[in-house]
Design a protein around this ligand. Structure first.
Ligand code: HEC
Length: 117
């Protein structure tokens, strides 16, 4: 048994790194299962400092596009793809991948919809 210990430790380290750097979707959905409401979406925007780059409800920087009324000219499908993986939309984007779960994305969309009456 002892002679396999180092392989076991290496495996655990690799899996831990994988789940930290690029967590698989089933895993983020499991650990970030939230209520998909506008309130939760607003809290996520707060928590992740989206306003460092986006103007939302009239406050925030304009590094990225103004997210007030974004849904008047972008489809929910396109916004969802941005939230899922910004670099898949634009390889040079400064926007980080937050590894949002499906319910977190639904919450963010619900919130963005309230800005687009
Ligand atoms: C470091 C800056 C930065 C941060 C932080 C950031 N974004 Fe972005 N985001 C951008 C930029 C820049 C774009 C514009 C597209 C590009 O890079 O080509 C963008 C694009 C988007 C788009 C697509 C808009 C469009 O018109 O297609 C959405 C939606 C979005 N961001 C939402 C968010 C949310 C929600 C957060 C917080 C969880 C966030 N962003 C955090 C920089 C940022």
């Amino acid at each position: 048994m002892r002679k396999y210990t180092k392989y076991l430790v290496a495996l655990i380290v690799i899996v831990a790194l994988w789940f930290t750097i690029s967590p698989p979707r089933f895993w983020v959905n499991l650990i970030h299962n939230v209520q998909p409401t506008a309130e939760v979406g607003a809290a996520l925007v707060q928590k992740h400092d989206c306003r460092n780059c986006h103007r939302i409800e009239d406050t925030g920087a304009l590094v990225g596009p103004d997210l007030d009324k974004i849904l008047t000219h972008k489809s929910t499908d396109e916004i969802e793809r941005w939230l899922r993986n910004p670099r898949a939309m634009n390889p040079n984007t400064p926007m980080p991948n937050y590894h949002f779960s499906d319910t977190e994305i639904a919450a963010l969309l619900a919130y963005l919809k309230t800005l687009n009456p």
